[in-house]
Design a protein around this ligand. Structure first.
Ligand code: ADP
Ligand code: MG
Length: 143
């Protein structure tokens, strides 16, 4: 299986609960290397641009307001099969339906405020990583 990169966002609810460190530790324990990580307070433009694919969904406005509420951590994760493996560790969108031990089960509060974001495909991971880490901000490899 190929080594891949994916984008993680630790969302405002989890950062407010001071769980960013615990989530990053869980990710390292799950075999991910954290190639880049920064704390940012998203502007409306950044939040709307990032979630543009969901613009037509009824929860779009709520989602954008939530993502702008307080700082997030954005991170680039690397490991074998990273996109699928991170989705697995993250858990279902609705924390109530997420498997035990997943990040959303442990730290998510609701289907909207669900602690973390993860890219849903390798193509989107590339787009999302470039969105938050343009140019050569990400080190070439984990090693
Ligand atoms: P995922 O984050 O699991 O890939 P989606 O891409 O479907 O899920 O949705 C993006 C984000 O929009 C979710 O993580 C969640 O924060 C929010 N969201 C999804 N569905 C709802 C909903 N029914 N009500 C409110 N917010 C939602
Ligand atoms: Mg998604």
């Amino acid at each position: 299986m190929a080594v891949e990169r994916t984008l993680s966002i630790i969302k405002p609810d989890a950062v407010e609960k001071k769980k960013a460190g615990a989530i990053l530790a869980l990710l390292e324990d799950a075999g991910f290397s954290i190639l880049a990580c920064k704390r940012m307070h998203l502007t409306r433009q950044q939040a709307e641009g990032f979630y543009a694919v969901h613009k037509a969904r009824p929860f779009f406005g709520e989602l954008v307001e939530f993502m702008m509420r307080s700082p997030v951590f954005v991170a680039v994760l690397e490991r074998e099969d990273a996109v699928a493996q991170y989705r697995k560790v993250m858990g279902a969108t609705d924390p109530a339906k997420a498997d035990d031990g997943t990040i959303r089960k442990l730290y998510g509060g609701s289907v909207g405020e669900n602690a973390v974001h993860g890219s849903d495909s390798l193509d989107n991971a590339k787009i999302e990583i470039a969105y938050f880490f343009p140019g050569n901000e990400v080190a070439p490899s984990a090693g």
